[in-house]
Design a protein around this ligand. Structure first.
Ligand SMILES: CC(C)(COP(=O)(O)OP(=O)(O)OC[C@H]1O[C@@H](n2cnc3c(N)ncnc32)[C@H](O)[C@@H]1OP(=O)(O)O)[C@@H](O)C(=O)NCCC(=O)NCCS
Length: 191
């Protein structure tokens, strides 16, 4: 898939399908993106990623594609010395974010979208959403729905910028009893 370039953040990346070896890094990213009560356990993330009709797309740092030294290469020696933590593990992978989505007949559903903090506001989230929506459209979806915590202002702004509208709130949707905002977007005309 093509490389995307954004010069304001200097982030180059490509969107690719999930590989089995990515799983632990994606879980680490999810843990870093959300507070403990909202982040998925490994079992939950695995469950959503494997559900029938579900797919996962990954945003991969483009540095490895153009011969630039990647974070992974720079950190090889540290790794050997066993000094590395989860933040380093994420940097080593070159993964900047991911999206899990599923198609349920004519409705697509975004399960989660997570972008690492250092890569935000560089178009990574937008590229992941567009790639997922294209895939959902090809699977026959005419609309997409998602839920987000009512207090996640950044995500709500992001989804609105992607063309999603707030449809309703669902009281106590999350395990911490936080309400969810359900947002939807029409992908194609139903006529
Ligand atoms: C929400 C999230 C996925 C956005 O990813 P991103 O890569 O930063 O998004 P993009 O760079 O593609 O942003 C596209 C547009 O969305 C809007 N937007 C994104 N983040 C925003 C923020 N923090 N505040 C206001 N608007 C924002 C802007 O209009 C932005 O365009 P601009 O940068 O040209 O102004 C990312 O912030 C994230 O992973 N957050 C933590 C996890 C999360 O909350 N996920 C949503 C689960 S419900």
């Amino acid at each position: 898939m093509p490389l995307h370039s954004r010069y304001n953040g200097g982030v180059r990346f490509r969107i690719r399908p999930f590989k089995k070896a990515d799983f632990r890094t994606l879980w680490r990213i999810d843990q870093a993106c959300f507070e403990p009560q909202l982040a998925y356990s490994q079992a939950e993330l695995d469950f959503y990623m494997r559900r029938p009709g579900s797919f996962t797309l990954v945003a991969q740092d483009g540095a490895a594609d153009d011969g630039t030294e990647s974070e992974r290469d720079k950190n090889k020696d540290d790794s050997a010395q066993g000094k590395r933590g989860s933040t380093d593990e994420i940097a080593d992978s070159g993964i900047l974010g991911f999206i899990v989505a599923e198609s349920r007949r004519r409705t697509g559903h975004i399960i989660t979208i997570d972008v690492v903090e250092k890569a935000r506001r560089s178009g990574v989230g937008s590229a992941l959403m567009q790639a997922a929506e294209e895939k959902l459209l090809r699977a026959g979806a005419t609309s997409v729905a998602l839920e987000t915590p009512v207090n996640n202002a950044a995500a709500i702004r992001f989804y609105k910028s992607e063309g999603y509208f707030a449809e309703k709130t669902v009281a106590g949707y999350y395990s911490n009893q936080m309400d969810a905002l359900v947002m939807t977007k029409a992908l194609a005309s139903t006529s």
